[in-house]
Design a protein around this ligand. Structure first.
Ligand code: SF4
Ligand code: F3S
Length: 104
């Protein structure tokens, strides 16, 4: 599966949802997540994210994000079309430690 990681927090560009063939993105207040049991591993969302927040879970160190995507995709609502990002999205792009600072 692919997972959404820390770089999405406070950016939420939502380009990813437009290209997903199975509509498996879910929206929280500060970030999106992928439902790993719905993702078909097509990979088309990865290059679409301006924040480079989407990665295959085969990369090292992503266990925390796989768990987080699994947990919150079961709780948050499905999002299937792109929407405007937060006004300050670009200011948060590439920022460090966004999970500790903003995740709620
Ligand atoms: Fe959707 Fe494909 Fe991305 Fe999985 S890899 S979330 S199926 S676009
Ligand atoms: Fe987040 Fe990137 Fe999608 S910032 S909402 S994963 S396009």
């Amino acid at each position: 599966t692919y997972v959404v990681t820390e770089d999405c927090i406070k950016c939420k560009y939502t380009d990813c949802v437009e290209v997903c063939p199975v509509d498996c993105f879910y929206e929280g207040e500060n970030m999106l997540v992928i439902n790993p049991s719905e993702c078909i591993d097509c990979g088309v969302c990865e290059p679409e994210c301006p924040a480079e927040a989407i990665l295959p879970d085969t990369e090292d160190g992503l266990e925390k994000w796989l768990e987080l995507n699994t947990k919150y995709s079961a709780q948050w609502p499905n999002i299937t079309s792109q929407k405007a990002p937060p006004e300050d999205a670009d200011a948060h792009k590439g920022e460090k430690d966004k999970f500790e600072k903003y995740f709620s």
